[in-house]
Design a protein around this ligand. Structure first.
Ligand SMILES: O=C(O)[C@H](O)[C@@H](O)[C@H](O)[C@H](O)COP(=O)(O)O
Length: 274
């Protein structure tokens, strides 16, 4: 599988990596899916012609890959093809597909995976599913990122590593990290080249209109966590304030990272970053 790097500026305001580059290691294959209208909006803002803007965007990202889709239907097809391809390659390589899911609209855009065409191809028994972030809410509530995926995507045979909703966020974060350490020890989850940090096969991220990825918000101290794999912000700017999230260390260690941004509200954040 071809790998490219997307380097986001270290002084970037919206992702707030003051001393760390997001996705700055080799071996990453980053796809940034941008809804076509978003690009149009950028084109309008910059006063340039649509084509020029697209080429400028592509030219600026020298090491990553941007895929721009005409509409949500095409974006969804592109996304599930991409996931199915990495799933197959990972299972061939190490017998499992370890995927990290976000919350938000990305889950419904993955919905084609359970339609008959893909459902036959996808080997759900070999899927190990983790969450990039979870809100401190009960798993039965609609705000739960676990519930979103459980209701709309996951099959019964999938191996699920959701975050405990019956303990404090601090304890839930520690338990989650411990469970992943065990998975790395067993080598179900591949370790990174130089450490035991998990190298998930695919880390999927949505993006907030402020540039938020996972539960890592602009200017928030959770971005400074360097050694832990999981952290638990208790004062997130977006409700609920208490959350559990993977840290940059883990995101940056994944084999493949895809950020999906849809809708005009993300235009400023994308424009700023690239
Ligand atoms: O718990 C959360 O805050 C959300 O799950 C959040 O992280 C979401 O993934 C992004 O805001 C993108 O969401 P959309 O794709 O729906 O815009």
């Amino acid at each position: 599988m071809e790998s490219r790097i997307l380097t986001i500026r270290t002084d970037a305001h919206l992702f707030f990596m003051t001393d760390i580059c997001l996705f700055n290691r080799s071996g990453f294959h980053i796809f940034l899916y941008i809804y076509f209208h978003l690009v149009l909006l950028i084109a309008e803002k910059t006063g340039g012609k649509r084509k020029e803007t697209i080429w400028r965007l592509l030219g600026l990202i020298k090491t990553g890959e941007i895929r721009v889709h005409e509409n949500l239907e095409e974006l969804s097809t592109g996304l599930v093809d991409y996931i199915a391809e990495i799933s197959e390659a990972s299972i061939l390589k190490h017998g499992a597909f370890c995927i990290v899911l976000p919350g938000g609209s990305l889950i419904s855009l993955m919905g084609k995976l359970i339609e008959s065409l893909y459902n036959k191809i996808v080997d759900w028994d070999k899927w190990y599913v983790f969450w990039a972030e979870e809100r401190a809410v009960g798993k039965s509530l609609d705000d739960s990122n676990y519930k979103l995926a459980r209701d709309h995507l996951l099959r019964l045979s999938t191996h699920i590593y959701s975050i405990n909703d019956r303990v404090s966020v601090g304890k839930a974060a520690a338990e989650y990290e411990f469970a992943i350490r065990q998975m790395v020890k067993k080598r179900t989850v591949t370790p990174s080249e130089n450490s035991e940090c998990p190298k998930f096969d695919l880390f999927l991220l949505g993006m907030g209109s402020d540039g938020q990825v996972a539960s890592l918000f602009p200017n928030h101290s959770a971005l400074e966590v360097k050694d832990d794999w999981v952290t638990h912000p208790t004062n997130s700017p977006k409700p609920p304030p208490e959350r559990i999230t993977f840290t940059l260390l883990v995101i940056n260690s994944a084999a493949n990272v895809a950020i999906l941004a849809t809708g005009a509200s993300k235009a400023n954040a994308i424009h700023f970053e690239i």
